[in-house]
Ligand binder design. Structure first.
Ligand code: DLL
Length: 433
């Protein structure tokens, strides 16, 4: 179902006219209210009035995560603190969290976008949403919560954790929509099995999974094991939280970006040059309607691709491909660029292993080492040691063939890799910087 017929199906010209008007207003506003932007515009020799066409966006400066850190906590806010009704934050791997703020209108926009998101994923009024995204500073829990209520569904605000209790609630309340990180959804399924419950016998129809990278193979695994249709949702705290883009259930092929609120770009991460449709690069977003925390050309570090072919669902919005990695979590192992998602794709294509793994990177005798620890599935757990060693060798070869980097694969017992209730931690880098 299309939640907002008018804005999700606009002809391109009409959409671009709205974008231009909103961009012009935004440029005026941030220049006048955020000292960081005044300085950044001045340094580039650009004035808000120079935005005459949409392409003039390229004249504006980028915003980097470091800029948010430098203005911690509220220095990038464009609205007075008295009008900010909500604060969220995301914890990075280093240093202080990234802090974001919302006015009342921003919260309303977010609820609308999340209602659109859930509807695109196939949810509707009357659904019961088991919301296992974390509530708190993380945007996942509350973002889905407001969107589900706006759509007219019933929300179970269960958050992450206390997994056995979640199974009980699922059994008794009969939820029809599961919202969780993909890794936690598999954990829920495992715990259900331990309790003697086949997840497929539950009432779920669809799942809306995101907040961490996952693959097509993982989608198949989730759909099979959980007995539901799995959709990918993307977002980040800085831009609004979840609600930036989502797959439609009709095509499940690329995530529609809500372009009346966010302008996406793909750039070359090394040079900053904009790349055309169909080229893989770093995603950059400009928020068009946010009041408290607007961002101009924010570099997400997420790698993706944009395409504008029409979609069979009827939405005219541009789609982005599944996130294929991050330009900053790229590992460099003996000089080779390695994205954890590439290794994941090999693992997911290998038989007999479960989608739970960690990559341990270390340095021995000045040489980088990569160990891939992956759980074997219950079915092959009892195989002879010799068979397991063969499996390890086969995966090592597949990784070498794909990435050109040799590694040690270590199969570990089922359920020994630590489960996360939110985002999974997949990389342990022990090398000294
Ligand atoms: O993860 C917002 C969110 C909540 C999205 C719930 C979807 C569902 P942050 O904690 O700020 O916000 O983390 C944002 O997570 O830059 C990506 O690297 C990653 N990410 C989010 N969704 C996906 C996805 C939320 N579908 C960061 N696929 C982003 C791959 C994702 N990576």
């Amino acid at each position: 179902m299309i939640y907002d017929e008018e804005f999700e199906t606009l002809p391109r010209e009409a959409l671009e006219a709205i974008q231009l008007k909103r961009l012009q207003d935004l440029a005026e506003r941030v220049y006048a209210t955020v000292p960081f932007y005044k300085k950044a515009f001045d340094e580039k020799g650009v004035k808000p009035g120079d935005i005459k066409h949409l392409e003039d966006l390229h004249k504006l400066p980028f915003t980097m995560k470091q800029d948010l850190r430098d203005n911690y906590p509220f220095g990038m806010f464009a609205s007075p603190m008295e009008t900010v009704v909500r604060i969220h934050a995301s914890s990075g791997t280093t240093g202080k969290p990234t802090v974001v703020g919302y006015t009342r209108r921003d919260i309303n926009t977010w609820a609308e976008l999340m209602a659109r998101t859930l509807a695109a994923a196939g949810a509707h009024k009357g659904d019961i949403v088991h919301n296992a995204y974390g509530y708190g500073l993380f945007t996942g829990g509350l973002g889905f919560h407001y969107g589900a209520e706006r759509l007219g569904a019933s929300v179970i605000p269960v958050s992450g954790g206390n997994t056995k209790r979640q199974i009980l609630l699922m059994r008794d309340f009969g939820p029809t929509v599961l919202t969780a990180t993909p890794s936690y959804s598999l954990h829920l399924c495992d715990v259900a099995a331990d309790e003697g419950l086949d997840f497929r016998s539950l009432n779920f129809r669809i799942g809306v999974f995101g907040a961490e990278p996952w693959t097509e193979n993982m989608r198949k695994e989730i759909e099979n094991k959980l007995g539901l249709e799995a959709m990918d949702i993307y977002g980040l705290s800085e831009i609004i939280g979840p609600g930036v883009s989502v797959e439609c259930i009709e095509a499940k092929n690329g995530l529609h970006i809500f372009e009346d609120h966010f302008i996406p770009e793909i750039i070359d991460p090394a040079t900053g040059e904009p790349l055309g449709y169909g080229k893989i690069g770093e995603l950059v977003f400009t928020t068009l309607t946010k009041q408290a925390f607007p961002l101009i050309r924010y570099r997400t570090r997420d790698l993706s691709v944009l395409y504008r072919e029409p979609c069979r669902c009827g939405r005219t919005l541009v789609r982005m491909g599944r996130i294929t990695g991050r330009s900053d979590d790229m590992l460099i192992i003996r000089g080779v660029n390695v994205f954890p998602s590439q290794i994941e794709s090999v693992l997911m294509a290998s038989e007999g292993v479960a989608p739970h793994y960690v990559l341990v990177v270390d340095r021995k005798d000045r040489m980088d080492t990569l160990e891939v620890q992956v759980e074997i599935s219950e079915e092959v757990f009892s195989d002879a040691v010799k068979d397991l060693q063969q499996r390890e060798k086969r995966i090592e070869k597949d990784i070498k063939d794909l990435l050109g980097v040799s590694c040690k694969v270590r199969l570990v017992e089922p359920k020994t890799i630590q489960r996360s209730q939110g985002k999974a931690q997949r990389v342990i880098d022990k090398r000294q910087p």
